[in-house]
Ligand binder design. Sequence first.
Ligand code: UGA
Length: 344
Amino acid sequence: MSQVDRILIIGANGFIGHHLSKRLVTDSNFRVTAIDLKSDRLRDILGHDNFEFKQGDILDNDGWISREVEQSDVVIPLVAIASPLMYIKQPLKVFELDFEANLPIVRECVSQNKHLIFPSTSEVYGMSSDLEFDPLTTNLVTGPIQMQRWIYSTCKQLMDRIIYAYGESENLNYTLFRPFNWFGPGLDSIDTPREGGSRVVTNFIGSILRGEEIKLVNGGSQRRAFTYIDDGIDALVQIIEKRHKSANRQIFNIGNPVNDYSISHLAHLILELSLEHPLLKDRASRVNIISEDQSIFYGAGYQDVMSRNPKILNTSDLLNWQPKVGLRDGLKLTLDHYAQGEGL
Ligand code: UGA
C-alpha cells in the first residue's frame, strides 16, 4: 500500500475541518492542504511543516479544484450549510453550496481516480421510525415539498446516490460518513444573530452567555444521539488510514448511541453545568428554560425528527472504533471553550 502523503480538506476552517486538520497535522504523518475562505480557526497550525493553507471559494471555481485534486491522494470536501433554520430561510443557497458546488469536486475525484471521503448526514434518514438508523436497511423518510427543511437531507441523499453510482459504474473509491449531532468547541458561532441560526448545543450555550431564555422547540421531547467531536475525528482518521481496505466504498454512521437524550435533558444539563462554572454561573442564574412552538421558532416549512439514533455496528467493526466521550464530559469541554470567549 502506498503511503498517503497529501490530504486535501476543502472547508478546513469549519467545525469538522479545523478539528480534523489539527489532528492530522499534529498526530499523523499525513500532509494537509487546507482550503477555505478564512483561516482564523487554523491559526495554531499555520506554519506547521505538514500544513499548507490556501484561500479558495468552491463557488468560484476557475480550475483551482482540478489542480488541487490532482496533487492530492485523498479529498475531503466539507463545505456545506448545516443549520436547520437556513434550510427553511435560504433553501436555494443550501442547494447551490451543498450540492451544486460540491458536484464538480466529486467529478474530479472520479476523473482523477482519487479517494473521496464525503460528508453525508444523519438527516438523510429523516423521520424514519426505526429505533436505530442502519445505513444498509433504513428507509429514508422525508416530508412534502413545502416542508423546506428537507432540502438539505435530499441534497445530501442525492449526492450519496451519485457517489455510490460512480463507485459502481466508474470505480470511484469513496467513503461516505454520516455525523450524528457532533458537538464540541467551535461547533458554530454563538454570536449568530438570530436564534435558531446555529445548532442546538451552541444555541443553548449562546443563550446562557447572553443571559437569555433557552427555548425548547415544542417542549423538547425530541431526541438526538450527541457525539463529541474528538470521537468523530478518531473515526475520520481511521477512515483515512483504512481507505484502501475496510473503509473503501462504505457508508458509516458516526454517532454515539449511548448519548441518546432528549433536547429537554440537554438544556437542563447545560444549565446545570453552567451554574457550576466559575465564568458562567452569574449569567446562568438569570436563564430560564421555556417551550416555544416550532411555527414561531422556525416558521413554516419545519418538520422535526423525533428520534435519531445511529446503528454503528459496521463503523465499529470495520474501523475498529468506539465513541468514548459521554455527554456531560463533552459539554464541560465545550462550555470551557465558549466561556473563555474562544471561537466566537
Ligand atoms: C442537524 C443539522 O441538520 C445538521 O447539523 C446535521 O446534518 C445533523 O442534524 C446532525 O448534526 O446530525 P438537528 O439535529 O435537527 O439537525 O439540528 P439542531 O439545530 O441541532 O436541533 C436539534 C433539536 O433541537 C431539534 O429538534 C430542534 O427543534 C431543537 N432545538 C434547536 C431546540 O429545541 N432549541 C434550539 O434553540 C435549537
